[in-house]
Design a protein around this ligand. Structure first.
Ligand SMILES: *Cc1c(COP(=O)(O)O)cnc(C)c1O
Length: 409
């Protein structure tokens, strides 16, 4: 712990892509007294939470809430639908896809991991870590599986390690065109409530999400959004599960309660978060993140540094990956920025460690906090001796001035 007299003044800049800055309104809601999770008020809260989450996932079907980080909800998705030895087809978009694949293997599943081959000539980074899912590669693999050994296709909607999104509707079409019965499972842990996500329309069977990214909550709760088909498959799936089992949760949720003690105060926060997201409307929430992201990309482009995502069609609205020049350790730059300016940036994970850092633009941000964030990065790059083509701060200010937020126009 820092000694009190060393504590910096002002708010820390938590610009990692989750946990995101939590609005005071949510922190205050969480400070209310804890109540009896079997008492009468709780059931009212529980029903409102599930109904609100259905709106955010854009689904009419059940949503399970777990007192766990996102990783728990990943396990729940697999444990509720798969049997030992089942084959799952996963797609290597980045580190989170890789961690999910590792988990599937540890749970006793067979995994196949599709990746675009090769490295990117400009940066030397793995090709598939700079692009979204290529649905054609999934279609091809499914067509080569007439015996339907593949039980699920698992993809990450917003790959938080790279700042790349994937076209989920295209993955659904690939599965349907191949007339393949595999379930579609989507990790939208960092996509939900910041990038457009449509559970029913896109035909997703199981979606996984968490509290500490787009929903602006502290870490600690996570979600599975289900489809009728997922609930059907669940009945015959043989992987062991108890804490994660959907059947009891879905049944008790009908009256607003849970089989075990839920995270009551985090759920107060979730109630407030849902109100904030839904009172603005999802379209406004998505547009806000797109506008911030475009501004931050303008800044990175002005520096003359490559953006980790190499395909403009799938830039993440949630975070931007900044590739540092060869020979510059991105983590050393991050450390300098943290020490000097009390600003946290996301580290490069896995195969891109040391080669890039991540700027989060989600949660309780606004134009001025993002200008300050980019200023912190720019000062840090300067101190680290990184040559820049121009001023990112100026580019960001110009972008925001030219593209006023709708409520100020
Ligand atoms: C954050 C994140 C996870 C892991 O969630 P935890 O809450 O850390 O367990 C998994 N997938 C993606 C895409 C994420 O952004």
């Amino acid at each position: 712990m820092l000694k009190l007299n060393q504590h910096p003044t002002g708010r820390h800049f938590l610009q990692i892509p989750g946990p995101s800055p939590v609005p005071d309104r949510i922190l205050r809601a969480m400070s209310l007294p804890t109540i009896d999770h079997r008492g009468p008020e709780f059931g009212v809260l529980g029903l409102q939470l599930v109904a609100g989450l259905q709106k955010v996932f854009q689904t009419r079907h059940p949503v399970a809430i777990y007192p766990a980080s996102g990783t728990g909800a990943w396990e729940a998705a697999l444990a509720n639908t798969m049997s030992p030895g089942d084959l799952v087809l996963m797609y290597e978009t980045g580190q989170f896809a890789a961690l999910w694949q590792k988990m599937a293997a540890r749970l006793g599943l067979k995994t196949e991991f599709i990746a675009e081959p090769g490295t990117c000539p400009a940066t030397g980074l793995p090709a598939s870590w700079r692009r979204g899912v290529d649905a054609a590669l999934i279609a091809e693999r499914l067509r080569a599986d007439p015996g339907h050994q593949i039980k699920a296709v698992c993809v990450v909607h917003n790959e938080t390690s790279t700042g790349v999104t994937s076209d989920i509707a295209a993955v659904r079409r690939a599965i349907d065109d191949a007339r393949h019965p595999a379930l579609l499972m989507v990790d939208t842990i960092s996509g939900l409530a910041s990038a457009d996500y449509r559970h029913d329309e896109w035909g997703v069977d199981v979606a996984i999400s968490g509290s500490q990214k787009g929903l602006m909550l502290p870490p600690g709760i996570s979600f599975n959004a289900l489809s009728p088909r997922a609930l059907e498959v669940n009945k015959a799936a043989k992987l062991p599960r108890s804490f994660w089992a959907w059947d009891e949760i879905v049944e008790m949720n009908k009256t607003g309660y849970w089989p075990y003690t839920p995270s009551t105060n985090l759920l107060y926060g979730l109630h407030e978060a849902l109100e904030m997201v839904l009172e603005n409307g999802l379209a406004a929430v998505f547009a806000r993140h797109q506008r911030w992201a475009a501004g931050v990309r303008a800044a990175v482009t002005a520096w003359g540094l490559p953006i980790q995502c190499a395909d403009a069609a799938v830039y993440s609205p949630v975070l931007t990956g900044v590739v540092t020049p060869a020979g510059v350790d991105a983590d050393a730059v991050r450390k300098l920025i943290h020490t000097r300016f009390d600003l946290s940036l996301g580290t490069g994970l896995g195969k891109v460690k040391g080669r890039m850092f991540r700027i989060g633009h989600l949660g309780d941000c606004n134009d001025l906090t993002l200008v300050a964030t980019v200023a912190g990065c720019e000062m840090g790059l300067q101190l680290a001796g990184v040559k820049r083509a121009g001023s990112g701060v100026q580019a960001l200010m110009d972008h925001f001035a030219e593209h006023p937020a709708p409520h100020t126009a």
